[in-house]
Design a protein around this ligand. Structure first.
Ligand code: NAI
Ligand code: MG
Length: 356
């Protein structure tokens, strides 16, 4: 089949890791007989330098003509002094807004051969960690009314947590659909003992669950969920939660897997169109050194094949290749341990592609 993919490397290590993602995609094309055409698009700081804005209008139109977006990361110290509205991350924010990408999927799993990299104790990860966190990306406290005002005791600031039934319903549906393809278990995380938004969240999720009778739904308070992630992560399969709780819990789940360089993500809209990216940033401390771990991006490519292009076998082939390259002992510095072989970004990409 023929596909068109928007390639947006961004800044810093985004450029290095996306190049390896494309390498793996090309290999999939060769082995499985697909043609991938690419639209290369500037975003973030590199786009500011070239065009004075973090994303060109025409880039949105180009993305609309593509089957999916593969994204690296944007930002860096060079652009930190710019005012908020002109900063590199506005490029990514604009893509999320223009395409209505409300559902953020973040898988976290410990690879068998990287168990010793996890900060979790052996007895905790014995049963493994393999979960999918689905987080609302466009509502809640980060994206509602905020400001400063004179209060009873002088200056105060506020951020409003607010969720509509519509927003909760659509992200809940995504979670249940994904649960149907996994272990048919959803744990919805909220703070229903304290927050009105969480009460509505819980009631609405219960309603949505009625459409998925095969899926077992449980509710968990966020503080309890934070504890369970550290002590007993195998209780989770699909986690459904809000923007702020998901931000925190996904980092916690991610760190348990050993390296931020291993973690993929997808951001989807109602029709399933999405942006696929590693969860890490541009890593200014290692940018330009050629040592960034490309596996998070390569795993994001696998998610893209499965979700956006309907190619689950090809996605599974990438997953096997990642497992195999780790089994063969190859490691970028972030996951290096004694007795393994240290490799560069480019080598890791090539070694992974060769295993497909
Ligand atoms: P970061 O994820 O870039 O780096 C955090 C730490 O993890 C650093 O020590 C880095 O070297 C390491 N690291 C990250 N990715 C790695 C990889 N693939 N392989 C090996 N090591 C890796 O987060 P930080 O430092 O908070 O942000 C740096 C810049 O990235 C900032 O400008 C920030 O705004 C931007 N950023 C962009 C994101 C995006 O475009 N989606 C997401 C997060 C941060
Ligand atoms: Mg975060």
């Amino acid at each position: 089949m023929d596909f068109k993919i928007a390639i947006i490397p961004g800044d810093g290590i985004g450029v290095d890791v996306v190049q390896e993602g494309v390498k793996v995609l090309n290999r999939i094309g060769e082995v499985y007989g697909h043609t991938f055409k690419y639209e290369h698009i500037l975003a973030g700081g590199s786009c500011i330098d070239a065009h004075g804005t973090p994303l060109l209008d025409e880039s949105i139109e180009i993305c609309k003509s593509c089957n999916a977006i593969l994204f690296g990361a944007v930002g860096g110290p060079k652009w930190d002094a710019l005012p908020r509205e002109q900063r590199p991350e506005r490029g990514l924010a604009r893509l999320r807004r223009e395409f209505g990408l409300f559902a953020n999927l973040r898988p976290a799993k410990i690879y068998e051969d990287l168990k010793e990299n996890s900060p979790l104790k052996n007895r905790v990860i014995e049963k493994g960690l393999d979960l999918m966190l689905i987080r609302d990306l466009t509502g809640g406290i980060y994206f509602n009314e905020k400001g400063r005002r004179e209060g009873k005791y002088g200056l105060e600031a506020y951020d409003m947590e607010c969720y509509s039934v519509m927003e909760i319903t659509r992200v809940a549906k995504k979670a249940f659909e994904i649960a149907m393809q996994r272990k048919k278990r959803v744990i919805s995380v909220d703070k229903a003992n304290a927050l009105e938004t969480s009460k509505l969240w819980r009631d609405t999720v219960i309603e949505v669950a009625k459409e998925y009778p095969e899926v077992e739904l449980k509710h968990m308070l966020v503080d309890k969920a934070a504890m369970e992630l550290a002590c007993n992560p195998s209780v989770f399969d699909v986690i459904l939660t809000t923007s702020i709780f998901g931000d925190i819990l996904s980092d916690e789940a991610g760190v348990a897997t050993g390296s931020v360089g291993m973690l993929a993500s997808a951001s989807l809209n109602e029709s399933g169109f999405g942006l696929y990216e590693p969860i890490h940033g541009t890593a200014p401390d290692i940018a330009g050194k050629g040592i960034a771990n490309p596996l998070a991006t390569i795993a994001s490519v696998a998610m893209m094949l499965e979700i956006a292009l309907g190619l689950p076998q090809e996605a599974a082939a990438i997953d096997r290749a990642i497992n195999q390259v780790l089994r063969d002992g190859y490691r970028t510095p972030d996951i290096y341990t004694d007795g393994t072989t240290k490799v560069t970004t480019v080598e890791m990409g090539t070694l992974t592609a060769e295993r497909i």
